[in-house]
Design a protein. Structure first.
Length: 325
């Protein structure tokens, strides 16, 4: 097996884009391809989901990856109105949404020449993801990408002040669906020194809510002093089975925006300054209303970190690798 990738990071969170070596992915839409990839919807005539998942495991496990790795399989879009489709993946499976990945894909689409872009101005990259169609607006100046604005699917507030029993006592969480469902929990401090404890709390909250909600991540957020433009928060997002988002979390930022707007804390023209556990920043704003929620934009920056050609030797006894978690 030979797999080629281009790697980016968005605000510190990795995103590995597979550019060659991917087996055929059955399905007529991105959502259907994701269902087949996770083993739901396969048939006797469709390619076995196991071959595709072998590539995911190869890229997320040591020695070629690590438990914090994230990435995407580029697939055809649902129709000709979009430039590309993507299946988002991480060490535990396939997600329905990924804002930081959308930002990276926008930068990659321009860098690779897939979408033409001016030296100065904007290019719009339309991407079909499992939760719907999103747009990455790539901002350019002097022939360089200076930022990417991720325009998300509508975000809906699902529930407020849901009590959750944890080993640290009962906490109250708010839930919003921004293409993936996130639970938000206010904490006194998001300190890297307390990351293990915050991760454990996030895993407890997710496990408790999974029977009732298709919960993807838990956003533990700390209030910071407001800026002249609006509220400011620091967060760590715990998703999947205890995976930590190094960035402020793109789709998670959309979830926070919907909740802040519902609380009256984010007015027209205001923006959220959203800081990650490592100190990187995204900004977000509510830009409109929709029957299914609010429309949001999240701005960040992605940088290319490398190009790789991974090889799986058939005699390698470790196969697609291992996880130490």
């Amino acid at each position: 097996m030979i797999v080629e990738t281009v790697d980016y990071h968005t605000a510190g969170e990795p995103f590995r884009i597979v550019t060659a070596g991917l087996p055929p992915v059955a399905g007529d839409t991105v959502a259907e391809r994701r269902a087949i990839a996770i083993g739901a919807g396969g048939s006797a005539t469709a390619p076995r989901p196991g071959r595709l998942d072998e590539v995911r495991r190869l890229l997320t496990r040591e020695p070629r990856g690590h438990p914090g790795m994230y990435g995407g399989f580029v697939v055809p879009p649902d129709d000709s109105e979009a430039h590309l489709g993507v299946l988002f993946w991480h060490k535990d499976g396939y997600s329905t949404a990924c804002g930081h990945g959308t930002i990276a894909l926008g930068a990659w689409a321009v860098d690779s020449g897939l979408v033409a872009a001016p030296d100065d101005g904007e290019a719009r990259v339309r991407i079909d993801v499992p939760s719907g169609r999103v747009t990455a607006v790539v901002h350019r100046a002097g022939g360089r990408t200076t930022a990417v604005t991720f325009r998300n699917v509508p975000t809906a507030v699902l529930a407020r002040k849901v009590p959750v029993a944890t080993s640290r006592g009962t906490v109250q969480v708010d839930l919003a669906d921004s293409g993936a469902v996130y639970a938000s929990l206010a904490v006194p401090s998001v300190d890297p020194a307390a990351l293990a404890e915050l991760t454990a709390l996030g895993r407890e909250v997710r496990a408790a809510l999974l029977p009732a909600y298709d919960l993807y991540g838990v956003i533990l957020h700390q209030e910071l002093p407001d800026t002249p433009s609006g509220p400011s928060q620091r967060n760590v997002t715990v998703f999947a089975d205890g995976q930590i988002d190094r960035s402020p979390c793109g789709s998670g930022t959309s979830a926070r925006l919907a909740l802040l707007a519902a609380d009256g804390r984010l007015g027209p023209g205001e923006e959220l300054r959203h800081e990650s556990v490592i100190g990187t920043v995204m900004t977000g704003r509510v830009v409109g209303q929709h029957p299914r929620g609010v429309l949001t934009e999240v701005t960040g920056q992605a940088y290319r970190t490398g190009e790789h050609r991974f090889v799986l030797d058939p005699l390698d006894e470790l196969g697609t690798g291992f996880l130490l978690v």
